[in-house]
Design a protein around this ligand. Sequence first.
Ligand code: FE2
Ligand code: FE2
Length: 300
Amino acid sequence: MARSVTEWVNVTGDISIIARESGEVWFHTPNGTKEGIDPFATPMTGAGAAGSTVGLLDGAINLGFAGIEKRLAHPDPMVAGYIVALVGAYHTSVDTPRNLQRAAGRFEELGRPEVAAYLEERAREETGHDRLALKDLRALGVPAERLVANFIPEGIKPLCKRFDDLCVQDYPIGCIGYSYCLERIAALKQETDIEKVQAMCPDDVDATRFLRSHSSLGSEATHVEETIEFVASLPANDRFRVVQETYESALILAEGYNHELLKSEAQMLEELEQALGEALPFRHSSYPLHGEKRGARPAA
Ligand SMILES: [Fe+2]
Ligand SMILES: [Fe+2]
């Protein structure tokens, strides 16, 4: 019988993630083992397997979020926060197809047609997702184009920059780690998260197109599965870089979420209205039609 696959990646100076094909994952401190007998001190070189690759990828996300978990604010749900989240969703989607195509072109030049094909496919699948966010904003009565043209949430800017930078690198394999991080977190959203947003909106308003599509109910779950399979098929040094970038992206994402979540509703409204140069069609968490109806805002 073939031996079960074990994969490992050192993500920070003193922490490595180790994952077995069976699903076991643990964090390892290289210094904690006697010199010379640490089997994880040198980078992995073997083949990957979906069961262990997913352990590395999700371990990297958990590690990235671990630092700020205790600081995460739990604010009251509010429409202003949902609008900010939709603007963020627009900005993290609008350049995705073009960026992925650029990275695909580079892998074509490098003689890696299988990576190019994977990225081309992703670029096709992500096309039009920015428009879902715009439609949701319009459904909420917000002048969508003007708002996104004038406003990028502070916490989202470093994330957009990271993806832009990754996709123009000479060897842009890290863009797969970034995409995995965002899609994996989106796929955690459940039907109840969508219902909470719907409860916050007037009955005849559908402002959850983007959220539905980027949740466990939409295409994200499939994208995540496909990415795990693909990353597992890559050579060890590519898997190493993808996992490292998943960790770096998770750090940036966690910091950005925290930055936005710590704002009060009044701050968010002020930012939105300043960008628009006019008042939004509602005030203080509720629609005029729905005085007390409120629900949780998604962490997107
Ligand atoms: Fe998307
Ligand atoms: Fe996706």
